[in-house]
Design a protein around this ligand. Sequence first.
Ligand code: CS2
Length: 477
Amino acid sequence: MQTLHQAALAHLPAAADVAPHYAAPLQLPLYPRTESSIGVVHLGLGAFHRAHQAMVFDALLERGDARWGVLGVAMRSTGLADALAAQGGLYTVQVSSREGPRWQVVGAVLQTCVAAREPAQVVAAMAAPGTRWVTLTVTEKGYGPALADLLVQGLAARRAAGLGGLTLASCDNLSDNGRKLQKLCVDAAAQQDSALARWIDSACAFPNSMVDRIVPAATAQQRADAARVLGVMDACALGTEGFWEWVIERRFVDAADGAALAAVGVTVVEDVKPFEEAKLRMLNGSHTAMALIGAVLGLSTIADCVARPAIRRFVYGLMTDVVMPHLQRPGLPAYRDALLARFDNPQLHHSVHQIATDSSLKIPFRWQATALAQLAAGGSIEPLALATAVWMRYLRGEDESGQVYAISDPMGATLQATAQQHSGDVPGTVQALLAVTSMWGDALPRDARWATRVAYWLQSIMQHGVAASLEACCPGY
Ligand code: CS2
């Protein structure tokens, strides 16, 4: 079978010809890709970008605005960047919504490279006249000196070339992500050249933004399905849900970009905070809780988790009684119900271990503010205290039926050693693990009610198991 590439596009048969029984629509990039130029340098080429922002840029290209082609930059791993390059940047997305599946070949990624292998190409792209944006999905742990160095080099080259600034949009699940990126760049530049730091601060724009779409890691099944529908092989095929949201702060180098993005469904607002908080604490907060619960119970996906009545009640209770009282996003009950429906999507196969990856870096953004707000208000903390106890149990690296799993987390080894050291001693475990201030801050570990309730639930898990503890925690829904 042939491989997906530009010349193959013209010959892709309609889906119905390939598989007459398969009625799903297939959308192709019909705009002239060769006439599109790179306007966006995306750092963190992975599944999420390809099923989210790249599809937004694809829609802009489809409308005839040729400035939104993407250079997809993988930070370190070469596999995807090279596989995409071999396909001329083309790949297929299977979008599974309640109305059924549809397929789309996305054309926005015009080139790819690997930052660790071709740093000069990234710097040159940032300093190219046609480049207008840098977008980032480098994950929570990506915001370190290596990223700062790369961006500062690119921006310095751009300034040296006498060009205007860039709009740099962090699209990671961090609170205040634009401001954090701005500080990272400006601080790093200031160490070399204060004039450069001032230029970055004044000529570039760092909008905060919230992105949302559930995009599980691609599977062999998706690649096989894509081949069946397209009639060509696509090594980069992936799947996602129908829902997507991108809410971005109105803060652009080119003010007209707001209207362009809005025209293809992006929400441009003055303040992202209400959207960001709702998303991080409702969606991601529930995700992390379910991922840890699922891992300890031996379940494999989020859909498996919400199919269990006790877990569903737990997530409903967590969102309704604990998280929602502190959020400003309008329409929260409907937002919650929509989230539960999204978690239910049986097509997604979203692995609990994928979501549990890097939990020590995710939990601060997902749980901490909620716990503090509930404690201050004297509200219920039970579901979050239970989730925290489940995280402590998760560190054993073995589910309740004795199956061993790997913990993928930069702090994993340290945290596991701490848990191991206090094994069998519930108060000691809780005290030692709550003392990790990078996860819990200063205030939470000092709160006696918090520590007591976490210890209560850890004891309950050790004695009765996670399932019985969940039943006891949220019986009323
Ligand atoms: C998930 C997110 O892996 C994770 O930590 O919670 O990737 C989540 O699927 C996305 O943020 C949804 O927009």
